[in-house]
Design a protein around this ligand. Sequence first.
Ligand SMILES: Cc1ncc(COP(=O)(O)O)c(C=O)c1O
Length: 400
Amino acid sequence: MSNTYSYSDNKIIQKANLLRQMKLYPFLRPIEATEGATVTVGGKRQVMIGSNNYLGLTHHPEVIEATIKAVMQYGTGCTGSRFLNGNLSIHEELEEKLARYIGHEAAILFSTGMQSNLGALPALSGPKDCLIFDNENHASLVDATRLAMGATFKYKHNDMEGLEEQLQQASGRFKNITIVADGVFSMTGTIVNLPEVTKLARKYSAAIYIDDAHGLGVLGHQGRGTLNHFELTDQVDFNMGTFSKSFASIGGFVSGPKEVMDYIRHAARSFMFSASMPPSAVATVLKCLDVVQRDEEIHTKLWSNVKFMQQGYKDLGFYTYNSQTPIIPIFIGDDIKAMQVTAFLQENGIFCTPVIPPAVPKGEALIRTSYMPIHTKDDLTYVLEIFAKAKKTFQIPTRQ
Ligand SMILES: Cc1ncc(COP(=O)(O)O)c(C=O)c1O
C-alpha cells in the first residue's frame, strides 16, 4: 500500500481530533431512528431542531405511500442519465408541474441541488459572460463558478451599492451578465433584497439566477418561494430549487425560459453525465407538490411555530439575526462555546448543529435552529427551557 497520503499534520484533522478528545465533536452523529420532529441518537429521543425538513413532509403518510408505490412500479433506480436510458415519464411530469408551480415556462431536473448549480451555471456562463455574486452564496454556487468559463465578480452580502458597482464595471464588457444570489441565505435565514436586485438588473440589462433551496416550500403562496413572496417571478430569469429540504427527498431543478432550459439540457454536464433522480424521489416530490397546494394547515402551523420560537428567543435575550424564515440562528460568538452549547443541548435531548468559521466570520459562531409544522408546542416549550438554562450556564451574550 502507498504511504503517500498522510493527514496527521493537517490542521482540520488536528482540530477534529482535539474536539473528539474533548467530547465536543458535533458532526456526523449517527441517527438511529427518526419520526420527523424527533430522532433517536445513542438510544435517546431528541427534539430535532437542526434539519431542513421545513414542512415535516418526510413522514407524511400520503408522501410515504406514493414513494412506495413508485418503487413497486418503476423499481429502485434509473441506472443511467436522463439523456440516455434514465428518462421516465414521471421525470417529465414533475418538470411540467414544477414550471407551473414556480410560474416559469419550463424546468429541468437534476439529481441533487448541488448538481443543479454545478450544471446550470457553467452552462450559462461561457467565456464571454460573467456572474455577479453575493459573497455569502452557498458552496454549490461557489463551486459552480470554478467550473464556469466566464468571470465572477463578488459583492458584499446583500449590499446593493456593491452590486451596482460591479454591474457598472461589467456593463458593456460581457455578452451575458447574470446576478447570482441565494433566495434565503442558509445560515442566517436572511432573504435576498429581490426588489432592489430586479431594479438593478433591469437598469444594467442583467439576468438573475436565484438559488431558492431554503425559500422553496416555505415562502410565497403555497410555498412557491422567494420570487413569489416578492411577487417578482416574471422579473427573475432563473430559479433553482432543491428537494432535499421542504420537499422531503433528494434532487433539484432549475426553471426559466423554455429555450434556455432546452440549451441547459444539452450543455449541463452534471445533467448529461450523471444518473437521473430515482423514481421514488420523483414520486415523493410529486406528492409533496400536491400536498402543499391543497393543505393550508401546513403553512399555518409552520408560521405559528416559527413566530412562537422567534418571540421565545427574543424574550430570553438571544440575538437571532432578525430572521424572517423557519431558520432561526442563535448568536453564540466563540466557536468552542458554540460546540459546548451544542453538546449541552444534546445531553438535554435537543439535536441541532453549530455553525463555526469558515462558514461564518471569526467570533460569530452560531447555532442554527429551524422549525417545522410537526413540532408540538410542548416540544418547542421544552427547547426554550433548555436554551434558557444554556444561556445562564455558558453566559451566551445577546450580541458581542
Ligand atoms: C442554498 C443551497 N443551495 C444548494 C444546496 C444543495 O442542495 P442539495 O442538498 O440538494 O445538493 C444547498 C444544500 O444545503 C443549499 O443550502
